[in-house]
Design a protein around this ligand. Structure first.
Ligand code: ADP
Ligand code: NA
Length: 330
């Protein structure tokens, strides 16, 4: 039996992924390989929807992103791991889909409003406006059955499903209509300094633990995490968001359930939780950092792996695009 196909992408817009990216998304990329035919891409075309500082930086971040994915456990022999710009079919299909997307329909995408009005976002491009359509192309090119989605991406997946259905209705069955997939164990991680907001690279660095941070920096960020009033280490998302967040991170790395952790920390305070969490996280990240460094020390080999992934991706993407072109009348 063929495994269900899954597609996911991540932008190369930082020098390191952070704990939120890992616990909320990348950990599932690794586990989904077990029972899916996985296509994973570093979406550099999406990265330029917001102004990027420097071409050399973007290129390096693409490599660093790919290296971290492999270091975390994405296996390029098993999953198709590639860089989006190396598969020109993404942009080609996006154009066809843009011509099927209503202007009003695109205007209703709430993420555009968020991103275009965000502080320091710079001038707003048409690319940022149409980026959900490029995302639809990313998914539909591979006939993906499933797409892991967080809340912020639900609306985009709905658009993808609408576009697939519209194309199929107008031109004949061409695309698999993908389903949203909520992988087990995905959790939202909050900023360590402002536990009312999700951890994000766009917030000040003190609240965001990067996977490639120096262990001393990570320990300091965790020790300085904002906790809550009271002293008991118990999960209570409403009353103790800061402590609950630390328990969620601990659980993700240690594999212990919240109940087990509450028992483990019974009679001990927040200081003990932070101290142990710093150890758990830095110990888990040490081999990831080492493997990332090894991969980046041989960029030619890393680029060869990615070229192999792109070649595999193009076999599938090329077939889909050829069918689309033929049906549209090209
Ligand atoms: P950022 O908010 O730092 O810009 P992205 O928007 O690039 O991160 O997110 C990349 C992936 O990581 C997405 O799948 C997103 O849902 C996930 N993600 C980002 N931040 C978090 C978080 N704090 N908790 C859980 N998942 C997150
Ligand atoms: Na974001």
């Amino acid at each position: 039996v063929a495994l269900p196909r899954v597609l996911s992408g991540i932008q190369p817009t930082a020098d390191s992924f952070h704990l939120g990216n890992y616990v909320g998304a990348l950990r599932q990329w690794v586990s989904m390989q077990e029972d899916h035919d996985a296509f994973y891409c570093v979406v550099d075309l999406h990265a330029i929807t917001l102004e990027q500082p420097d071409p050399a930086v973007l290129r390096q971040r693409t490599l660093v992103s790919a290296a971290q994915l492999i270091a975390l456990g994405v296996d390029p022999a098993r999953s198709t791991l590639f860089v989006q710009s190396q598969v020109p079919e993404h942009a080609q299909l996006a154009w066809v889909l843009q011509c099927l997307t209503g202007f009003g329909e695109a205007s209703r995408m709430t993420q555009f409003k968020d991103k275009s009005t965000r502080e320091g976002a710079g001038p707003t491009s048409v690319g940022l406006f149409t980026y959900p359509v490029l995302q639809a192309a990313d998914i539909l090119l591979y006939q993906a059955h499933r797409v892991p989605v967080g809340e912020d991406q639900r609306q985009h997946l709905e658009l993808t499903r609408d576009l697939a259905g519209r194309f199929n209705g107008r031109y004949g069955e061409t695309f698999t209509v993908p389903e949203a997939y909520i992988p087990a164990g995905a959790a939202k991680i909050l900023d360590l300094q402002s536990p009312d907001k999700k951890m994000s690279k766009s917030l000040p660095p003190a609240g965001c633990v990067n996977l490639l941070d120096d262990p001393k920096v990570t320990a300091k960020k965790i020790r300085s995490a904002v906790t809550d009033t009271g002293r008991e280490v118990v999960a209570d998302p409403e009353g103790k968001p800061g402590v609950t967040n630390l328990l969620t991170i601990h659980s993700a790395f240690s594999g212990q359930s919240t109940a087990q952790l509450e028992e483990h920390f019974a009679g001990r305070g927040y200081g003990d939780l932070k101290k142990e969490l710093a150890e758990v996280v830095t110990e888990a990240l040490a081999p990831v950092q080492q493997r990332t460094a090894e991969l980046l020390a041989d960029p030619a080999e890393l680029e060869r792996l990615l070229a192999g992934g792109a070649a595999r991706a193009r076999e599938v993407a090329g077939r889909t695009l050829a069918a689309v072109y033929e049906r549209v009348g090209f």
